[in-house]
Ligand binder design. Sequence first.
Ligand code: EPU
Length: 427
Amino acid sequence: MKKLIVKGARELSGSVRIGGAKNAAVAIIPATVLARGKCVLENVPEICDTELLLEMLSEMGASIRKIDRTTVLIDTTELNSHIVPYELAKNMRASYYFIGSLLGRFGKACVSMPGGCNFGVRPIDQHIKGFELLGSEIQIDNGLIHAASQSLSGAHIYFDQVSVGATINVMLAAVRAKGLTVLENVAKEPHIVDLANFLNSMGADVRGAGTDVIKIRGVDVMHGSNYAIIPDQIEAGTYMAATAAVGGDVRIENVIPKHLEPISVKLRETGAEITEGDDWVRVVRRGPLKKVNLKTMPHPGFPTDMQPQMGALLTRAKGTSIITEGVWDNRFRYTEQLARMGAHITVDGKVAVIEGVDSLSGAPVHACDLRGGAAMIIAGLMAEGTTEIEDTLYIERGYEHVVEKFTAIGADIHYQVLPERDMAEAR
Ligand code: EPU
């Protein structure tokens, strides 16, 4: 058990290198099942979620070898199980991508109902609709999803709701379905395009990823491939928002600036200066923070996964800002923690009204989910005094080497390891 101890009110400066995209990696690792062979994945982020997925693959019979810190060889030749280990999968959202890839490889899959961050109800009806239209039967009992099909056939699937997860899961099965699959009203996030590129590098025929319509011609055989995962848009955005929030001058390296545009636009409105190179952005903020209004939307809109970090930043902006959450029912739980630090925020359903205050004060808080945890770090860095953040496991699920990276840009942040007993008393 550990806490993050953050001491605030210190400008950030220097440079930070961004890792591979979590939400691409958690789709691409299960996708390796589709090849009966070896894949070498580069730029795999060193986070709990990728480690867990690799462990699941290993228990199912794949051989996993780390070539270096972020490169991993996955050999799925001997993978012979369509059952994903329940204990490893149950707390994780992305474990359900094995439904698509195992259906594609074996015509059957058994995976626990997905876990993941709590943003209210997280239905999977669009995944099920897609699998059923491809010719699979789906049953849910005792917390397990069973999928089975004699043979998958291409289909025309119109999603009722734009969903990253459903787009990915159905793509994973459709690459092996007979004939043409047309997916309409799909998600367009950079990780959808990255997955399509990876599948094509394995011999699939996927076209149109990044637009509203994806066309997939099923293939009989897929093979291993070497592939480098794109940089993490949200990790980069988090360091950008932290710099804008705290002030200073930070260069964020190994990014695709185009993917960061929706974030850069809003940060510029807050008063930050942002310059871009081929694979870096530089954020400088010297003057006062200005209020902004924003609404989260599917890509290319402002990403919901950056909403809590912006919420933290805006607590100190001059004037009143309004954030509207356009993707999830309940993604404002972190605001209660910010209030403990002196923030003035009123939440009504999907809208948060943030009245900027002159200062925040350090307090004991907790990470209520992954990005809510990132918001606590940013608030802690802005605050006077010391902030102690509990439940850091959420943060480690999505941010690699978060202490080292923030320390490298001048933040005063470290872990405090507590014995179980002290942690229980601290609650
Ligand atoms: N939805 C349905 N039915 C479905 C699926 C989704 O109604 O079958 C609804 C959801 O309730 C939500 C909306 O559609 O209101 C969008 O959900 P989506 O399926 O796009 O989200 P997800 O695939 O469960 C991924 C990311 C999230 C990110 C969202 C939106 C992964 C593993 N997770 O979740 O990332 O917030 O897309 O961009 O890729 C994070 O990284 O912090 C994170 C939570």
